[in-house]
Design a protein around this ligand. Structure first.
Ligand SMILES: [Zn+2]
Length: 305
């Protein structure tokens, strides 16, 4: 049966990079295997950033080669630049995403690159990918990070995001990902922004969205995303990645709750919810004391019959 909506699990990357505990490599492998067994076809397993910056993800190459052994799984990673992309290709990742912050202040502070500098870096990435065979070449995505607002700059003008999306597509990027990095977005804004980008870049260049639940708008935004035509949504098991200083402020939208929302609406995600909750138990065990979020796990699955 064809899947209606792909839920791309990003917990092993976005979740783990935001918490202090370092999950052992074998526990990450067990987690990824458990979600693959629960029906996930895509998992972002790590990030190729310098290990001294993110020791939590220092084993990404090893995790990629493990994940590649799981039948049919699209193995995704995040890379900040060409150097990371080269490492991702060497490791055999199927999909790479480069974050491109729509807030120039955030971009300079985070990766020490202006918008012009980032566009040059993306062009270098595209040139490198052109030298690869189809076998070696991963899907090349660029995430329009902080597209809904930035903690440093505040609101981000929509026309800037639309313009940057168009420039990124012209560089030869396979897809752009709309990303609410800071959890500032609301459904009306999402619809307007997505429509603007689609009007300029075409609908098939942007089918994926990355949402955070920082202010509790995550599932409302996810529902709007599905309504307007996104077919792939990032989510994190247990919503891990929340700020430890703001209790209850979760990170990404919660995979279990998103899967339940979509499945209960009759949309096929390919996910077995019981097996997904078993994966959650594994993760909880591997991250003692780490709060996991989500209503479905709390309440239990309703009786079916
Ligand atoms: Zn994120």
């Amino acid at each position: 049966m064809a899947i209606d909506i792909t839920i791309s699990e990003v917990g092993p990357r976005d979740g783990l990079q935001s918490i202090e505990q370092i999950m052992p490599t074998d526990a990450k492998q067990a987690w990824i295997a458990a979600q693959h067994a629960a029906g996930f076809t895509e998992i972002e397993v790590g990030s190729f950033v310098p290990p001294k910056l993110l020791p939590q993800l220092a084993d990404t190459a090893e995790i990629v080669s493990f994940a590649r052994t799981l039948n049919g799984l699209q193995v995704a990673v995040l890379v900040p630049n060409l150097e990371g992309l080269e490492r991702a290709v060497a490791a055999g990742a199927h999909r790479v995403t480069v974050p491109f912050s729509m807030s120039e202040t955030h971009s300079v502070r985070n990766v020490r690159k202006t918008h012009a500098g980032m566009l040059e870096e993306l062009a270098r990435c595209a040139t490198f990918l052109d030298t690869l065979t189809d076998e070696q070449r991963p899907v090349f995505g660029v995430a329009l990070a902080t597209a809904f607002g930035c903690t440093l700059e505040g609101p981000i003008p929509e026309d800037r995001v639309v313009r940057m999306a168009a420039r990124v597509v012209r560089l030869g990027v396979d897809e752009v990902v709309l990303a609410d990095t800071t959890g500032y977005g609301n459904p009306a804004q999402l619809k307007h922004l997505a429509t603007g980008i689609w009007g300029t870049c075409g609908k098939d260049r942007m089918t994926r969205i990355h949402l955070h639940n920082t202010r509790g708008q995550g599932l409302a935004n996810a529902l709007m995303a599905v309504e307007v035509g996104f077919t792939a949504l990032d989510a994190s098991l247990g919503g891990i990645g929340g700020c430890p200083f703001a209790p209850g402020a979760s990170g990404n939208i919660v995979t279990e709750d998103l899967a339940w929302l979509l499945e209960s609406m009759g949309l096929d995600t390919g996910i077995d919810l019981e097996k997904l909750l078993a994966a959650r138990a594994l993760v909880q065990e591997a991250l003692p004391g780490q709060p996991l979020f989500g209503f479905v796990a709390e309440a239990g699955l309703p009786k079916t019959g």
